[in-house]
Design a protein around this ligand. Structure first.
Ligand SMILES: [Zn+2]
Length: 390
């Protein structure tokens, strides 16, 4: 909590240092009140397609008989995703921008340009007694999930990130990278055991298939889907859709105060780096199934804000002349990321906040505003034991 308070203080300092329009006239702009009809969201589900730009969405759409679940969104915006040190971002800087609201350098995990930790929306939700979860098709220590759960100056510090994750208090962790928890070389810790001591049910796909896992709502859950990187969807990885199906109900049962859930489709990016179109389409269609499941939950629930976005585009993908429906002629311009604007899709209470063109750091601010965490922060000072969802 001290990190959250000191961060608020930091923002105060920044705000006070803004130049005034005139030395003689002091203009104070209080934060705009939400519109009268504004209904706060109880829950936020953020879906990040790593490397998913408009071309990847178009390619999946026209490779799937002109149909995707993502078409159900009517509220759409665009985000600028450049990093503080490079116009072309990596996943660490862009995920930190969305998770923590700070513009930072490529490689940064939950820290600002000066490597100072910045609290994430997940940590703030956790501190308010909300339930929290992260699901990914990469290792759980990889850049995108790590930015929500950890604070390290360099994305490759996987064992340090694993330690942060084990101590994050998140209710639900699903992803690969078991070895960073139980076969450590930088210390003698057994984080598998530590998680169990912290009231986690800890399991992995060497013990059971995710779909056969027996869990209960009175324990946190950490499920490792592989020792290292999970395999591609086409090679048999099948946990993402069932995990997305169980997670909202699991988290809703973990706290009365709502939940924050981030789900990442990580290998959309890996397909882009490999310039492998078939791999891309398989990963995209699986991620779109997740979108369908989450929208179904949100529509029935009525109190959940759903946001779907990417962190950057990967591969410089285009769909070229000669393409026909379900038979595309793709072309790639790079094996790295590109600097194109990234679409943001929003549904549910607070969705209106996400229209327009804005910086990726605004996604953090908009999620806070939708959850009204600013208001809840004031109460936090009087609730030292607010962390109720562990
Ligand atoms: Zn990448």
């Amino acid at each position: 909590m001290s990190r959250i308070l000191s961060l608020s203080f930091f923002f105060l300092l920044v705000a006070c240092n803004q130049p005034h329009p005139s030395a003689a006239v002091m203009v104070v702009n209080p934060p705009a009140d939400p519109p009268e009809t504004f209904h706060p969201a109880k829950n936020v589900i953020l879906l990040i397609g790593d490397g998913m730009g408009l071309s990847q969405i178009s390619a999946a759409l026209y490779s799937n008989n002109n149909h995707l679940h993502i078409e159900q969104f009517s509220l759409i915006g665009l985000q600028k995703n450049f990093a503080s040190d490079n116009l072309i971002t990596d996943s660490a800087a862009s995920a930190t921008a969305m998770a923590c609201g700070v513009k930072t350098y490529n490689g940064a995990i939950g820290v600002n340009q000066d490597t100072m930790p910045a609290s994430s929306i997940l940590e703030e939700a956790e501190a308010h007694g909300m339930a929290t979860g992260v699901i990914t098709t990469s290792t759980i220590v990889h850049a995108t999930p790590a930015a929500f759960l950890a604070h390290q100056p360099e994305r490759k510090m996987y064992q340090e990130i694993a330690l942060d994750i084990a101590r994050s208090g998140a209710d639900l962790l699903i992803g690969g990278g078991k070895k960073y928890f139980n076969h450590r070389t930088i210390d003698l810790l057994d984080l598998y055991e530590e998680l169990e001591k912290k009231n986690y049910l800890v399991s992995d796909n060497y013990q059971t298939d995710f779909k056969d896992l027996q869990y209960s709502y009175d324990k946190n859950l950490a499920f490792f889907t592989s020792n290292d990187d999970p395999v591609p969807f086409s090679k048999g990885r099948d946990y993402l859709v069932p995990a997305a199906k169980m997670a909202p109900t699991f988290l809703a049962n973990r706290s009365q105060k709502g939940f924050f859930l981030m789900i990442e489709g990580a290998q959309i990016d890996w397909a882009g780096h490999a310039n492998n179109f078939d791999y891309l389409i398989q990963e995209m269609l699986e991620f779109d199934e997740v979108i369908g499941e989450i929208l179904q939950f949100a529509k029935a629930d009525g109190e959940t804000l759903v946001i779907v976005t990417g962190d950057h585009e990967t591969g410089g993908l285009s769909i070229n002349l000669g393409s026909r429906m379900n038979d595309l002629l793709p072309a790639w311009t790079t094996e790295y990321h590109t600097g194109t604007l990234i679409p943001v899709f929003a549904y549910g209470p607070g969705a209106d906040l996400f229209s327009g063109i804005y910086d990726n750091t605004e996604i953090y601010q908009k999620m806070r505003q939708a959850l009204q965490l600013h208001d809840r922060n004031a109460a936090l000072e009087f609730m030292p034991a607010a962390n109720g969802s562990n």
